[in-house]
Ligand binder design. Sequence first.
Ligand code: SF4
Length: 246
Amino acid sequence: MSPAERRRTLEVLDRLERAYPDARCALDFDTPLQLLIATILAAQAQDKHINTVTPGLFAKYRTAADWAEAPLDQLEVDLKPTGFFRNKAKAVKATCQALVERHGGAVPEDLDALVALPGVGRKTANVVLGNAFGHPDRVATDTHVLRLSARLGFTEETDAAKVEADLEARWPAPRRTRACHLLQFHGRQVCVARRPRCDACPVNDLCPSAFRVEAEAKDEAAARRPRPAKKVGKKTKKAGPARRGR
Ligand code: SF4
């Protein structure tokens, strides 16, 4: 990365830091186990909504063994409000069974051990390490981080693992977990998916996508729109049999 690009990256992070001093992990939790479960439940759901469901769940299921030993049909009932509850019930139960069998019920503070758990990918593992264990150097590529990294020109990759590697190379290690929080807040409040509010964005002079996303989306929509059928002229009468000359 060039020195100018490094300066731009740090300036973006500094300005977002000033704009969102309260940025933090959007999921509520007290323990690594709670954050691990909440992150699994947050798939295909809004974090805010998950925060309304987890207090009741965490009061009922206090340990990994509680989740692991719960009957699947009971878990499905309890997880129904989170959406996709059948898959989530299976995932949570399998994850907690593995925690009990492999780690005595504790959540391991180790990336390889976390991603070896069923239902836990790199994003979830990095969320847990960065937030529940306080590692400052974790890049969790959730939907906001992926979208904003592309718009801000921090990566040209679309594969989450490659984006993670690009961001690790670009962001100073002590600022990475924090940078994810900043992008998540900015992605929720200003750089939203469909119509980013570039006019209100504190980094619009540093962003290669400024004022282009919406225009490009309109162009794409216009290109996809079916073209009106060409006007066809008046139907001509079917030619009758050729007149015989007299
Ligand atoms: S200028 Fe627009 S596209 Fe760029 S980060 Fe800001 S809101 Fe997003």
